[in-house]
Design a protein around this ligand. Structure first.
Ligand SMILES: NC(=O)c1ccc[n+]([C@@H]2O[C@H](COP(=O)([O-])OP(=O)(O)OC[C@H]3O[C@@H](n4cnc5c(N)ncnc54)[C@H](OP(=O)(O)O)[C@@H]3O)[C@@H](O)[C@H]2O)c1
Length: 244
């Protein structure tokens, strides 16, 4: 017979806060995480209604929090609200995947509009820093496994013309992972650099790169599988690793 203690353990959920869940790698990752004992908390501008319908068909808890991450001053309040919905007694572990990003401006630095440079840095670097900071702060009462996965890129060090914003934001994100790795013991953090993957962002990034046509692109499903492997089985606190 099941004791009430066993029953209590059975209903504890894993919580996943995933940014950029509406399409590309983030959507594939969210789809793969759908499960009746996982609760997905999705952040992006667009709500992906197909993902919500799929979650419902699998009896998988899901909530969407539509926000434009350019509005960095709204992030702390959003995280307070999201994490505030979680019942401490019903949580097994909690994860934050900072996946949302943009590649624009794809332009030489002197040709980029100042506002586009600022928007890029807000979405790709300031937003994940604030999401991380708020995650650490508001999950403090939860004495469970807490992990943050930041999605970086090989372009953080493999430099190409017209991608100075992207390389700079991803290099900053990688340093942030290492810095938080040094100061944090309660929450673990790592970064993964996916290889070239068949998404809208990839298309936008190679507009000017004539050699890009020869690159074999991974599917979003493959990229998501790799991220899941690192998240659950190969997590290395304070490290940034190549996805494949
Ligand atoms: N594709 C590649 O070859 C590749 C390679 C290395 C690394 N990466 C990294 O992988 C991650 C996912 O990229 P992807 O290729 O899947 O890109 P994608 O298909 O363009 O998807 C980007 C996601 O980020 C969200 N997003 C963008 N701007 C946002 C904003 N202002 N506020 C909130 N959400 C925003 C988008 O949602 P909404 O538009 O609905 O807001 C979308 O869900 C990124 O961190 C990227 O740098 C990609």
């Amino acid at each position: 017979m099941q004791s009430s203690k066993d029953h209590w353990r059975l209903i504890r959920l894993k919580y996943f806060i995933v940014t950029g869940s509406s399409r590309g790698i983030g959507r594939a990752l969210s789809e793969k995480l759908l499960s009746s004992d996982h609760h997905l908390l999705c952040i992006s501008r667009e709500v992906n209604h197909e993902l919500v319908a799929l979650a419902e068909s699998k009896n998988a808890p899901i909530d969407y929090f539509p926000i434009d991450l350019i509005n960095v001053h709204e992030i702390d309040a959003l995280m307070k609200r999201i994490i505030g919905t979680i019942d401490e007694s019903a949580i097994q572990s909690i994860y934050l995947v900072n996946n949302a990003a943009v590649v624009q401006p794809v332009e030489v630095s002197s040709g980029s509009e100042p506002n586009d440079i600022i928007a890029h840095m807000n979405i790709n670097l300031v937003a994940p820093m604030l999401l991380t900071s708020s995650f650490i702060k508001y999950t403090e009462p939860f004495k469970v496994d807490k992990r943050i996965m930041n999605i970086s890129s090989g372009l953080s060090f493999n430099l190409k013309p017209m991608l100075s914003c992207y390389s700079t934001s991803k290099a900053g994100l990688e340093t942030f992972v290492k810095a938080i790795g040094v100061e944090q013991r309660d929450v673990r953090i790592m970064g993964v650099r996916p290889g070239a993957t068949d998404t809208r962002m990839y298309e936008q990034s190679v507009i000017t790169d004539k050699s890009a046509g020869t690159i074999k692109l991974a599917s979003t499903s493959y990229a998501a599988d790799r991220i899941i492997t690192f998240l659950f089985d190969r997590f290395e606190h304070g490290k940034v690793v190549k996805g494949w």
